[in-house]
Design a binder for this molecule. Structure first.
Ligand code: TYM
Length: 485
């Protein structure tokens, strides 16, 4: 049932001659979720943002996947002061909750960013979290007093991801994250930023003497995998101190209760009961800052990072509500290997669990021995188990040798599976996948000073972006001006 308010709004639109199709869905606040439910992404949406421009409030409709350029917006509106409406102002002006803004708001001057006309139809708000309208974009010009402007920067949507230098990269890091990084780096519509997150690596006990070298080794892994400084910004987190400042500012809108209840925090407390530090508690806040300092929208990480992304989205929402910033709600870019199991048959592949992983630098013999040690059973007959060690071996087959999966599953059902043959096949398939990475690594290692140069140059590019965000956040939080910043 569509509620009365939405029906009234639809009538209003009809009177104006604005074509729109009504689409109902479960109660959802985030645009990404609504769009995914409707089989679309942000490029098919047109959020409405409410701003205080000079002394007036205005509405801006833009396409969901483009970024607003504050400078262009001020120019187009002829104002020097511009900020997003806060929660109270928003709700007073629109009469609907934050996140549900309608495209047409009578009484508010409406600006339509050009980006919306690149699509014939876009999904937009209706005042309800259960109904979305598919608006005919050309018809939005019929909104009384609407003005078409060009206020988005035409810039590419950004991607951010990082890995801790806690050891060499393993197949879990590769399939769960690096493969996503590579895919996104090679899509021209994205600007990609990838870092070795050394400050996250020191939230648990670490090898201080070897740390610099570990950082360099992960950068070499990145380069060997195919991350390319010509296409992506590649650097080390601590070289961009803006991450830390933003994390501190974010901590002012984050509760201790929320952080201490995160499953990832509880796991680490169990693992390192002697090192339950503030840094550990703050881990997700720093991660939110890593992502949001670039206003990144997609994050290629494994499924284990989902709770941290939820924190990043919540922080973005809070900051936008409290301070009128325009942080996006970052979502995970998932890969086929979003969860790579441990070789031991229990849990996931992890650097901190000896015997659970295969490194990208392992040679064929090491891979073969590690796979040979994977626990098995009698090899059928019966259904292939859905959980446990045997399920894990089949999961590896699915990831590395999908063309033989059915063959071996068939043998298992008949009770004729010989694990030795299957494991040999699997070890070779894994090695075939990592061998080219190892060859590239040898080439890159030979280029003395190359990794250092990539890190230096990447840091400069990253800081250029990060400083813009920091300036904006400082301003909005009332921290600028006094000392001439
Ligand atoms: P880290 O170093 O623990 O892991 C790096 C990446 O590898 C993925 N991963 C896996 N994916 C699938 N199966 C597995 N068995 C597996 N093991 C590890 C992780 O999901 C991760 O994507 N918190 C991050 C580091 C970080 C970060 C960020 C990531 C800090 N700031 C900002 C993205 C954006 C982490 O756990 O890294």
């Amino acid at each position: 049932m569509i509620d009365e308010q939405v029906q009234k709004y639809s009538e209003e639109l009809k009177k104006l001659g604005i074509e729109h199709r009504v689409m109902e869905h479960p109660d959802m606040v985030e645009a990404e979720k609504v769009q995914a439910y409707l089989n679309d992404d942000l490029s098919g949406s047109c959020p409405t943002l409410i701003f205080k421009a000079g002394d007036n409030f205005v509405a801006l409709v833009k396409r969901g996947d483009v970024r607003l350029d504050n400078g262009k917006m001020k120019k187009a509106l002829g104002v020097t002061n511009l900020r997003m409406a806060n929660k109270e102002e928003f709700e007073n002006l629109t009469g609907v909750p934050v996140g549900a803004a309608r495209v047409f708001n009578s009484g508010l001057k409406t600006y339509l960013d050009k980006s919306i006309f690149e699509k014939e139809y876009l999904n937009g708000g209706t005042g309800s979290f259960e109904v979305t309208f598919k608006y005919k974009t050309a018809d939005l010009k019929k909104i009384p007093g609407a003005a078409v402007v060009e206020v988005t920067d035409g810039g590419k949507a950004r991607i951010f991801a990082g890995m801790r230098p806690t050891g060499r990269l393993h197949l879990g890091n590769y399939l769960g994250s690096a493969k996503g990084m590579l895919a996104l780096q090679n899509m021209p519509e994205y600007e990609t930023i990838f870092m070795v997150v050394d400050l996250h690596g020191i939230t648990t006990p670490y090898d201080r003497a070897g740390y610099r070298e570990n950082i360099r080794q992960v950068m070499l892994d990145y380069l060997a995998i195919g991350l390319d400084p010509e296409k992506s910004i590649l650097t080390v987190q601590s070289r961009v101190p803006e991450h830390i400042e933003l994390a501190y500012l974010f901590s002012t809108v984050t509760t201790i209760a929320k952080m201490s209840h995160l499953p990832t925090f509880k796991e680490k407390v169990k693992q390192y009961p002697e090192h339950v530090t503030m840094a550990l508690l703050n881990y997700p806040v720093l991660m939110a800052a890593d992502i949001l300092v670039y206003k990144a929208e997609k994050v290629p990480v494994g499924i284990d990072q989902e709770p941290h992304l939820e924190v990043a989205r919540e922080i973005a929402r809070r900051m936008n509500q409290e301070y009128g910033t325009d942080f996006p709600a970052p979502t995970r870019f998932a890969t086929k290997g979003e969860y790579v199991p441990s070789l031991s048959g229990e849990g996931k592949m992890s650097k901190s669990v000896e015997g659970s992983y295969i490194n990208l630098t392992d040679d064929l013999k090491t891979v073969t021995v590690k796979i040979a040690r994977m626990p098995t059973d009698m090899g059928g007959p019966g259904e292939v188990p859905k959980e446990g060690p045997v399920a894990n071996i089949f999961k590896f087959m699915e990831l590395f040798k999908p063309d033989k999966l059915e063959y071996y599953a068939g043998l298992y059902v008949q009770g004729k599976l010989r694990y030795a043959e299957m494991k040999d096949d699997l070890a070779r398939a894994i090695f075939d996948e990592i061998r080219p990475i190892q060859e590239r690594r040898t080439e890159i290692e030979a280029r003395s000073g190359y990794a250092e140069k990539v890190i230096e140059e990447g840091a400069v590019k990253a800081r250029d972006i990060a400083q813009i965000t920091l300036k904006e956040v400082r301003e909005k939080m009332g921290l600028n001006g006094i000392l001439g910043t």
